[in-house]
Design a protein around this ligand. Structure first.
Ligand SMILES: [Zn+2]
Length: 87
């Protein structure tokens, strides 16, 4: 076989290869699971004494201290208790 023909054939194979596989771009698949931040600490609900992650809890600052609650109900109960103890 003529060397030039061989070269053309090689180029043709290369183009064909690029057409078949070159278009496949690797997509960045988001494979990571949403991780809970490490700094997310658990706080105790003073009403029902359940431990809740601080970022997912309801919080209220009372007397320079932050209190965390599992639900609005507990928060309301806490505020209600505070009101009673103040007056
Ligand atoms: Zn609670």
């Amino acid at each position: 076989m003529h060397p030039i023909r061989l070269l053309i054939l090689a180029v043709l194979f290369y183009i064909l290869y690029r057409l078949l596989f070159g278009g496949r771009k690797k997509k960045a698949v988001p494979n990571k699971k949403p991780e809970i931040p490490v700094q997310d600490t658990l706080a105790e609900d003073p009403i029902c004494h359940t431990y809740v992650p601080e970022s997912q809890s309801l919080s209220v600052v009372q007397g320079g201290k932050t209190h965390y609650f599992c639900s609005q109900e507990c928060l309301d109960t806490f505020i209600e208790h505070q009101k009673r103890s103040d007056s």
